[in-house]
Design a protein around this ligand. Structure first.
Ligand code: GLN
Length: 250
């Protein structure tokens, strides 16, 4: 099956190898006989909410976020429509911040957001940097871990009742206080975790692929054939160990 990915602002929002997440999705799809068709959706380019099965947006410095924010808001309706029609979505760090209601940057300027996620972000004076380990339960009753790297000034405050992606075991997460990280609404995931995230967390890559395949087929998320993932498991182990050594949250 062909999976169409709308990659928002690959030229502006791509730090800490966030583009690597697309490479992982493409490889894991191909190993199961599927094809990932990645469409770059940049400045001034409309997003066709019917054409995508998965939307991806990476992270970036405040400067790049300020440049894309007005254009992203103009795509807001299409993003919300896509989400409500079952399109999967992954938003990382700066992209995650701008899919909330907005981000007040370090210079005090307010960058409006899309309002898909129920949160707002305010930049603090000290950056939150380092390896992170999370516990999450995307599928009810199944607790799993995610490991990654965070580097952000923004403190993201989830609205009461908004579901986080996970609970911080080691690291700062959304705001360094709540013990929560990211945001989850149906098939949409927002997170501060760079790295890139998916090479060291292959189960999440497969979860996103399954959601995208469900949208493409109009059916249920399929169970994907397991892969050996030796390198991925080692990358996770090292990342989780670095987070553990870092200590912090717990
Ligand atoms: N510029 C934002 C912040 O500092 C996001 C950074 C990022 O994407 N890594 O919080």
């Amino acid at each position: 099956m062909k999976i169409t990915v709308g990659h928002l602002y690959p030229d502006y929002l791509n730090i800490y190898a966030d583009r690597g997440n697309i490479a992982v999705l493409a490889r894991r799809a191909a190993l199961r006989g599927h094809e990932l068709d990645v469409q770059a959706v940049g400045m001034g380019v409309g997003l066709d909410s019917d054409a995508c099965d998965l939307i991806y947006i990476g992270g970036g410095q405040d400067r790049e976020q300020a440049l894309v924010a007005p254009d992203l808001v103009a795509k807001g309706e299409a993003i919300r429509t896509a989400h409500s029609s079952g399109v999967a979505l992954l938003a990382v760090c700066g992209g995650y911040q701008l899919l909330g209601r907005g981000y007040r940057g370090r210079d005090g300027s307010f960058m409006p957001g899309v309002g898909l996620f129920s949160h707002e972000t305010v930049a603090g004076t000290v950056r939150m940097i380092g390896d992170v380990l999370l516990e999450c339960e995307i599928e009810p009753g199944l607790t799993r871990q995610l490991a990654g790297f965070e580097n952000h000034a923004g403190r993201t405050l989830l609205d009461v009742g908004a579901a986080p992606l996970g609970r911080v075991v080691f690291g700062f997460g959304n705001d360094g206080e709540s013990g929560l990280e990211g945001c989850l609404i149906g098939r949409a995931i927002g997170t501060y975790l760079h790295g890139p995230l998916l090479p060291r967390n292959p189960w999440l890559a497969d979860w996103l692929l399954a959601q995208a395949l469900a949208h493409a087929s109009g059916g249920e998320p399929p169970t994907l054939e397991p892969l050996t993932d030796e390198l991925e498991a080692e990358a996770f182990r090292i990342s989780a160990e670095r987070a553990r050594k870092r200590g912090g949250r717990r």
